[in-house]
Structures are given as structure tokens and as C-alpha cells.
Ligand binder design. Structure first.
Ligand code: ADP
Length: 510
């Protein structure tokens, strides 16, 4: 029974041919192709020309894999075995066309999928590299911008303190405003890049809401007045006095929204309303609303305005950077909140968000916080020593150095020595009794944090405690933390107003 079934399969795909040592066919079956007895095997296919070499070879058996034989209309893919026997050569042809085709298809699919996955990997790598490049570019670019901005700010101040006619004064004001816009833009781009790189961490500190609102009231009443509109604030009396959170970032969100509102409103009013949604034992949920009576936003633009650099057409007359709302959205996301907007064209808009903040459980803690704040405020009222101070200014950028030098010298409070190279600093500090050192964090040869560490390790008491105010344009790679850890007393980020530097110097003067 089995034999009967086996016959169906056996021999179907294998052909046996026996030739003499010259390749003349002695006998053949016809499983694959026909060839007559007495014909030369090359008449079936020229591949068999190799039979003469086989006959002469010293080995007895040869296997040829994956041979393509086009015979008649058909193409076979076969393995061919040639075995030298005493009286001639046995040729066994295995028809593996189906097998090889399938194999080829599988291999091709495999190759394609390898290529596809390699393409995806290449694309991912390219994207990654592009992101990295973008981040690096923004970092370096911002670094490059900070020095000229610092010089412009300082020079502006120097000029402002010289006798100027009204026109010159006005020009100077314009310059100052443009520089300020440029500085804000730089901060915006940096905030965005830090957010997208996941490098922006929120602070979680106790702060007084009243002080934050006072500052906003003071700033926006003045801005509104300038535009001839009104600014009002409506604050829920049930809010706790102190909350825990990132005061600066909350301030950044609110000022972005308020600046927009003031900017677009030609008449009417801008309002900041804060209400209490819910209060738990140690947590509140507050709603912040900024509304204006400006032109409103068309329905189709309501989602668009949150994209980077997007500005709505009718607003081209109004100056803007197109980043404010993107930053607002990003910051609120980090705070676990979401910015929403309601607007009707011609009537005005309301931007609002809800935010949960912890607050101290006991009133005592609030008192403590209040004391701490007060203390912080009074330390600012530092005692001023009579006479001039000796100051060492270390800055390698010539223009910044000159601008800072000029601004500091104009105060008539300092004798100033200058250094550009970190290597000189140590010697100068040891040989001169400076009251304060203003030190750029990135210098040729040696970094500011390294110099600071060396100064702090000096065995001379008068020298190793010297106040060091770091100034830096480089916010990345933990530069600020490194400087602080090395022992700098304060670190200012370029660009800064000269008054900020003077305040810092006064805070730490011996
Ligand atoms: P910028 O104000 O710097 O252009 P924003 O991201 O803050 O950038 O705002 C994007 C756009 O959204 C603005 O250009 C303006 O068209 C629109 N917009 C923002 N706030 C308001 C508002 N209160 N009323 C009307 N349009 C607004």
C-alpha cells in the first residue's frame, strides 16, 4: 500500500543520466527533461560542458548547487551531482525550482525587512542627530549672543549717564527697548529648547502669593496706563497666603498672558482674576484667568496660536515673537495643567488655567516663611563701607570687559584691575588685596569654577574668603551649579543690567 503511494512522489523531481567518460548519454530517465541515448549531454544544456573537467579530475564526486537550467520553455533551478563510476559518469539532477524560488522569496523578504529596519534606524538616528544639533546650536548661539547683549546694556547705561539732548535720550530709550526685546527673545528660545530637551526642572519652594500679585499689579497698572486702558485684579480672599511651587515660572506664564492682553487691547480693560476652585487639607486648586477687551481670536486660529512662531494674520501690526503661548503651554504642562482660551471676535479673549498647589499646614509655618522673606529683603539693605573698593574684573571678551569696566568705574566706587586670562588671576589675587572679584565662568586656559576652587583652597585667610561674583553666558552643562559648588558667592547670567551686578557686589562686599 505504502509503496503505491510512494511511487507518486519518488523520482518525480530527480533525473538520473549515465554517460560515458566523454559525456555521451548511455541511459537516462525523463523526470525533468528528455535526452536521447547517444546524444552528447551538452545538447541538454551547455552547463554540462563541465563534464570533461569532471572526467579528468582526481575527486570522484561533485555537487553543483543552485544551477539555473533553461530547457525548452522552462527554467529549472537544480542541484546536480556527478559521480565518477568505473564505466562512466552518473549524473543526478534534483529539481529544486520550487524550493529555491521560495527560498529566494523568503530571502528577499528578509533582506527587504532588514533594509527597512535599517532605514528606520538611520532615520531615527538622523532625527536624533538633528535634535542634538538643534539643541547644541541654540546653546552655542545663545552663548554667542549673551556677550554682545551684555555690552550693549552696559554701554547704554554708560551713555545714559552722560549729558544727552532729548533726541539722543529718546534714541537711547529705543536702543534699550530693542535690546530688551532681543534679550526676552533669547530667553524664550532657550526656555523652549530646554523644555523640549527635558532639561527644564521646576522649583518647588514656598512663596507668598500676595507679593506675586503686588508685583503684577504694579507692573501692569503702569503698562495699561501707558496704553490708556485699565488693568484690574480680582483675587479670591479664600486663597492661602503662601503656596509651594515655582514662583518664577508661574510669573512667566502670567506675564506672557498679560503682556499679550495689554498688547492687543486698544481700549477697554485687561483683567487678572484668580479664584479658588477647591481647597483640601494642604492643597488648593486655583483658577487663573487673564481677559481682555481686544480684537479676539477667530475660531479657526484658536489652536494655531499655541504653535511656535505662529502669529495670527491680523496681528502683524502688533510686535511679537510668536513664542509666548508655546512657552505658556509647555510650562503649564510641566505644572500638570493646561492652557485654555475662550474668545469672540471683536469682543475680546480670556485665557485661563487651573493649577493645584500645596500650601503649608500650619499658620506657624507661614509666619516662618514670612520672616524668611523679610530677612531676605533686609539683607539687601547691606551696609555700605566708606571709600573705594578694589575690584578685579576677569573677562576675556574685550567688548564686554570694556563695557563693564566703564560702567563700574563710572560709579566712582571702585579701583579696578583687569585680567583676561584665567592663568593670571591666581597671582593677581595673591598679590593684591581685592575686596571682590568679578569672574567670567568660561575663560581661555582655565574655567572660572576651577579658578574659584583654587582660590578657595589657598592657605591665606585674607585671600581665600574673597567674594567672587561669577558671570556667565553659558547656561548648559550644569555650568551654574558647577560655579556654585566651586564656591562662587553669586552667579549672574548674561545679559544683565549693571545695577544687578552692583547689587550682587554690594551684597557680598567685605
Ligand atoms: P506673540 O504675542 O509674541 O506674537 P504668542 O505666542 O504670545 O506670540 O501669541 C501668538 C499669537 O496669538 C499672537 O501673535 C496673536 O495673534 C495671538 N494672541 C495671543 N494672545 C492674544 C489675545 N489676548 N488676543 C488676541 N490674540 C492673541
Amino acid at each position: 500500500m505504502l509503496e503505491q503511494y510512494k511511487q507518486r512522489y519518488i523520482g518525480k523531481n530527480i533525473q538520473f543520466i549515465f554517460t560515458d567518460s566523454e559525456g555521451v548519454v548511455q541511459e537516462s530517465d525523463y523526470a525533468i527533461f528528455t535526452i536521447e541515448k547517444g546524444a552528447h549531454i551538452t545538447e541538454a544544456h551547455l552547463f554540462f560542458e563541465c563534464i570533461s573537467s569532471v572526467a579528468r579530475a582526481t575527486e570522484n564526486e561533485f555537487l553543483f548547487n543552485c544551477v539555473h537550467l533553461a530547457i525548452g520553455e522552462r527554467e529549472y533551478i537544480v542541484d546536480i551531482k556527478m559521480v565518477k563510476e568505473e564505466t562512466g559518469i552518473l549524473i543526478v539532477i534534483f529539481d529544486l525550482t520550487e524550493h529555491y524560488n521560495e527560498y529566494q522569496m523568503v530571502a528577499q523578504a528578509r533582506n527587504e525587512s532588514i533594509i527597512r529596519s535599517e532605514l528606520v534606524a538611520i532615520k531615527n538616528k538622523e532625527l536624533e542627530e538633528r535634535e542634538k544639533f538643534k539643541d547644541r546650536f541654540i546653546q552655542n548661539f545663545s552663548h554667542e549672543l549673551r556677550n554682545p547683549l551684555t555690552s550693549i546694556l552696559a554701554m547704554n547705561n554708560v551713555l545714559a549717564n552722560t549729558p544727552l539732548n532729548p533726541e539722543q535720550k529718546q534714541i537711547l530709550d529705543f536702543l534699550k527697548e530693542s535690546n530688551n526685546n532681543l534679550r526676552l527673545m533669547l530667553e524664550d528660545v532657550l526656555s523652549l529648547s530646554m523644555m523640549s530637551a527635558g532639561k527644564l526642572d521646576l522649583q518647588n519652594k514656598l512663596f507668598g502669593l500676595a507679593r506675586l500679585f503686588d508685583l503684577l499689579r504694579f507692573t501692569y497698572e503702569a503698562k495699561a496706563k501707558l496704553k490708556g486702558i485699565s488693568f484690574t485684579m480680582e483675587l479670591d480672599g479664600r486663597m492661602p497666603s503662601y503656596v509651594e511651587g515655582d514662583r518664577l515660572r508661574l510669573y512667566q506664564v502670567l506675564t506672557n498672558l498679560l503682556d499679550n492682553a495689554i498688547k492687543v487691547t486698544a481700549q477697554g480693560k485687561v483683567q487678572l482674576k484668580v479664584s479658588l476652585n477647591q481647597k483640601w487639607a494642604n492643597k488648593v486648586n486655583l483658577r487663573f484667568e487673564v481677559s481682555d477687551t481686544g480684537p479676539g481670536i477667530a475660531q479657526e486660529n484658536l489652536t494655531l496660536i499655541f504653535d511656535s512662531f505662529s502669529r495670527v494674520e491680523n496681528s502683524t501690526k502688533i510686535q511679537g515673537r510668536g513664542l509666548g503661548l508655546t512657552i505658556v503651554r509647555g510650562l503649564l504642562e510641566l505644572m500638570g495643567s493646561e492652557i485654555k482660551v475662550q474668545s469672540s471676535e471683536g469682543k475680546g479673549s480670556t485665557f485661563y488655567f487651573d493649577i493645584s498647589l500645596k500650601y503649608p499646614l500650619r499658620a506657624v509655618q507661614e509666619e516662618k516663611a514670612q520672616k524668611k522673606l523679610k530677612k531676605g529683603a533686609t539683607t539687601k539693605k547691606y551696609a555700605k563701607k566708606k571709600g573705594k573698593y578694589k575690584l578685579l574684573l576677569v573677562e576675556d571678551d574685550e567688548v564686554v570687559q570694556m563695557a563693564l569696566f566703564k560702567s563700574l568705574i563710572d560709579t566712582q566706587r571702585f579701583y579696578i584691575d583687569l585680567a583676561e586670562d584665567g592663568a593670571e588671576v591666581l597671582e593677581m589675587v595673591i598679590n593684591n588685596e581685592y575686596d571682590v572679584v568679578v569672574l567670567d565662568a568660561i575663560l581661555p586656559n582655565i574655567s572660572g569654577d576651577h579658578i574659584t576652587r583654587l582660590i578657595r583652597e589657598l592657605p591665606f585667610k585674607k585671600v581665600n574668603k574673597i567674594p567672587i561674583i561669577g558671570i556667565t553666558a553659558h547656561l548648559f552643562d550644569n555650568n551654574v551649579e558647577k560655579c556654585r559648588a566651586a564656591g562662587m558667592n553669586d552667579i549672574l547670567i548674561k545679559p544683565f543690567e549693571i545695577t544687578t551686578l552692583l547689587d550682587a557686589i554690594d551684597r557680598h562686599l567685605r
